[in-house]
Ligand binder design. Structure first.
Ligand SMILES: Cc1ncc(C[n+]2csc(CCOP(=O)(O)OP(=O)(O)O)c2C)c(N)n1
Ligand SMILES: [Mg+2]
Length: 365
């Protein structure tokens, strides 16, 4: 089905004027059609994640793989406030972020399968998705490792005189890492002078692998950790897409305007196991998972859409079409070729700098 092959379609903020002339956020006017579009995207992400986890368990995916099931409303809502040129950086649970920014399900699935047609030619895999043209500055596998990079990007965006911002996603576990504290300190410091438009989005999914937030830190109010660095913050219900969208537009506009960092702790839940190879979940009860499932972000949105007058048949049709998009992506990844051996030696260093340094050393000779 040619028409369904495309990515979860590109999404952008409403453009100049995230607030109306009275200063009221645009999102106070409900746009049911937009929400239906996001329902489609969230269903694509859910089915994509289920398919990728299955493929991993069938041995089709190398490296490791972590799915975003349960957390869909967080990236969907925050990226609604994305504007071209803003940068997005996250950890290894990164498929949804890439899809939402415009990478196609085909190229992302092929990347997981390590194929030549993958987003980064099959060289990155699940944890290292990168799509510069769509502002996706990476998935990173080292917990906390991307946080200093994101803060540095935010500085660079201001240094270059743009009004772009960085959306920096991190987990509850990453916040206990030293790299977070060093980077947050600099973000606060540079932000004091309007030089750090970094929006920290803490995806508190309650666990870092098998360790709950309560077992990982004595101060479990993660948003408040940002107080130490002079960074203002709030919390949002990360299961409720509309709440996330409202928060995202309001705080992104503020970061864009002031050049100061801001932090949001999105309260969410990892419904799936930590990684695709994890089956035993001794660290939590079935009852706990069941309770959170009652607030599954897709189910919540579905109920709201029905309340807003959208017909169940329309949602049914969207689910069927989403399944075709994902089936097509899996077929494409399956049938794509492996990267040729010569690819081992390409993209190791940036070509331009290699040429420039060759020219410079030739000139010196
Ligand atoms: C520096 C480092 N230490 C440990 C690990 C092993 N590890 C992988 S994921 C993870 C948990 C991170 O939890 P969180 O930041 O909450 O992210 P989530 O998996 O919940 O999305 C750990 C400890 C790692 N990848 N890097
Ligand atoms: Mg976590």
């Amino acid at each position: 089905m040619a028409t369904t092959r495309g990515s979860a379609k590109k999404r952008r903020a409403d453009g100049p004027g995230d607030t109306n002339p009275d200063g009221v956020p645009v999102l106070e006017r409900r746009d049911t059609e937009k929400l239906v579009g996001y329902y489609r995207q969230m269903v694509i992400i859910r089915l994509f994640e289920e398919a990728s986890q299955r493929a991993f368990r069938q041995g089709k995916v190398g490296g490791y793989l972590h799915v975003y099931i349960g957390q869909e409303a967080v990236a969907t809502g925050f990226l609604d406030a994305h504007r071209p040129g803003d940068k997005v950086i996250t950890a290894y649970r990164d498929h949804a972020h890439a899809l939402l920014l415009g990478s196609t399900p085909r190229e992302v699935m092929a990347e997981l399968f390590g194929k030549a047609t993958g987003l980064v030619k099959g060289k990155g895999g699940s944890m290292h998705l990168f799509d510069v043209k769509n502002d996706m500055m990476g998935g990173y596998g080292i917990v906390g490792g991307h946080i200093p990079l994101g803060v540095g990007m935010a500085y660079a965006l201001r240094y270059q005189g743009t009004d772009n911002i960085v959306q920096l996603y991190l987990g509850d576990g990453a916040i206990n890492n030293g790299a977070f504290h060093e980077a947050a300190n600099l973000a606060g410091l540079w932000g004091r002078d309007g030089m750090n438009p970094c929006l920290f989005i803490v995806e508190n999914n309650q666990y870092g692998m098998g360790t709950s937030v309560e077992r990982a830190t004595a101060m479990t109010d993660l948003a408040r950790k940002f107080d130490s660095y002079g960074i203002e913050h709030e919390k949002v219900d990360g299961m409720d897409l509309e709440a996330v969208m409202e928060c995202a537009h309001r705080v992104a506009a503020r970061v864009r305007e002031t050049g100061k960092p801001y932090a949001v702790e999105a309260i969410t839940y990892r419904i799936a196991p930590h990684g695709a190879a994890d089956f035993l979940e001794r660290y939590r009860t079935k009852e706990e998972v069941r309770k959170w499932r009652e607030r599954d972000p897709i189910g919540l949105l579905e109920r709201k859409l029905i309340d807003y007058g959208v017909e169940e048949e329309r949602l049914e049709a969207i689910r069927a079409e989403a399944k075709e998009v994902v089936d097509d992506a899996v077929r494409f990844a399956d049938e794509s070729p492996e990267p040729p051996l010569e690819e081992l030696y390409t993209d190791v260093y940036a070509e331009e700098s290699v040429d420039a340094s060759r020219e410079a050393s030739a000139a010196r000779r």
